[in-house]
Design a protein around this ligand. Structure first.
Ligand SMILES: [Zn+2]
Ligand SMILES: [Zn+2]
Length: 153
């Protein structure tokens, strides 16, 4: 079980946040953007309502870029240490992709599947019995349903 609000922050501790609503879904994303941003094989994306996120200490710096799919994306990060906290759409899509590793407590985090498997590192193991999408999922409803079924909140 997880408790609201979810709290977390950047590596250096200056930028802190609070999330007041339960996540919508959680999955591992193997897209090349996530690989570059994290410097790792994939990112564990905790999808949250944009309105649920509040920065409680310091203010984030921001960056914009064009995604693999040609849409404008924005990222919020700590200007002091560079830790990325969330990515979102510009204009807003109503949700943020929160980077799971920034949460203080990650014990409850269980991704329901993998997206952008076509660009996954060949040695990565996908979530066993999980959902899979070669690129972005065409329909995220099964991801949402699988996440709800975990009953974390
Ligand atoms: Zn920082
Ligand atoms: Zn990604």
């Amino acid at each position: 079980m997880a408790v609201l609000p979810l709290v977390g922050g950047c590596m250096c501790g200056q930028l802190r946040y609070s999330v007041s609503a339960p996540p919508i879904m959680i999955y591992n994303c193997h897209c090349t953007n996530c690989q570059k941003i994290s410097g790792a094989a994939f990112n564990t994306s905790v999808i949250i309502p944009e309105a649920a996120l509040t920065f409680t200490a310091s203010k984030p710096a921001s960056v914009e870029w064009i995604s693999d799919q040609g849409t404008t994306r924005c990222g919020l990060f700590c200007g002091a240490c560079g830790s990325r906290i969330v990515n979102g759409g510009k204009p807003s899509t109503g949700v943020f992709s929160l980077r799971a590793g920034t949460l203080d407590d990650t014990r409850w985090v269980q991704p329901v599947g993998d997206t952008f498997t076509r660009s996954a590192q060949p040695w990565v193991r996908f979530i066993e019995g999980g959902l899979r999408a070669e690129r972005a999922a065409i329909d995220y409803a099964p991801f949402v349903a699988a996440y709800r079924a975990q009953g974390r909140f």
